[in-house]
Design a protein around this ligand. Structure first.
Ligand code: CDP
Length: 243
């Protein structure tokens, strides 16, 4: 889409959201039978699937750590996930996203429980509309829980940014393309930040205010993540299965 004249009109964004509103979220835990844990996560027009394998043997073996598990995270965009066909295979961007996403989750995983083993996380982006790294982290956090990996807490992620000189939560593609700043954040429900990136410019005050907005967004996401886990795992008293 060509640059619109305004991205916010009368306090409402082009997709109808208020500045502090997340896009609609849909979550399904346990969508892949072969993986130890999995999750499908929709974040507006983003659609991602996360799969977790492990703890399992490490190959190649020289990557083993004698006192903890190695966590590996592979983020990949399907070639049909974006408007211009994405060239298959890793590129600089996907290597960066994989690294920061792994670092966003490692602090909550009890890696020391599984020496000499690997916990492999795969995230496939099926449809992208800005915010795929945050959607991937939200999905991966649930896939880890679904795999029964011991964790201190879940991790939730969303971006905050600036468009038309206004701070907005969870940028969509046009806001990301034509906005002034984009700041993805991941955190635990008790406010420990595990990912903070910044593209563009925010003043000190905007940064502080933006971080508060991201915190509220992450807490909202955490509640939905919890509900999605309960949907799969809560014992039903009426004898029906959760499937
Ligand atoms: O997706 P995220 O916001 O985490 O990362 P980004 O690098 O800021 O990318 C923003 C958006 O640009 C992606 O979500 C895609 O919609 C789009 N994109 C694209 O169209 N083609 C690419 N090769 C990479 C990204």
């Amino acid at each position: 889409m060509a640059k619109p004249e305004k991205l916010i009109e009368n306090g409402i964004r082009l997709d109808g959201r208020r500045p502090d509103e997340l896009r609609p979220i849909k979550i399904k835990v346990g969508v892949l039978n072969r993986a130890d844990g999995s999750c499908y996560f929709e974040f507006g027009l983003n659609k991602v699937i996360a799969a977790v394998y492990g703890p399992r043997e490490v190959h190649p073996r020289h990557m083993q750590k004698s006192n903890s598990a190695v966590v590996r995270y592979k983020y990949n965009m399907a070639s049909f996930s974006v408007e211009d066909r994405k060239r298959p295979g890793p590129d600089r961007r996907s290597i960066e996203v994989s690294k920061v996403s792994r670092e966003a989750l490692e602090p909550v995983i009890f890696q020391e429980y599984f020496p000499r083993s690997a916990i492999d996380i795969f995230v496939e982006v099926l449809q992208a509309d800005a915010g795929t790294r945050t959607a991937g982290i939200n999905a991966a956090s649930l896939a880890l829980a679904d795999a029964g990996i011991p964790m201190k807490s879940l991790v939730s992620a969303c971006a905050v940014g600036k468009v038309d000189d206004t701070l907005v939560l969870d940028l969509n593609k046009d806001e990301d393309n034509y906005g002034q700043a984009d700041m993805p954040v991941a955190m635990t429900p008790d406010g420990k930040i595990t990912l903070l990136q910044m593209d563009g410019h925010l003043s000190g005050d905007e940064f502080k205010e933006g971080l508060e907005m991201a915190k509220k967004g992450c807490l909202e996401i955490a509640q939905l993540q919890r509900a999605a886990l309960l949907e799969k795992y809560a014992t039903r008293m009426d004898g029906e299965s959760n499937e």
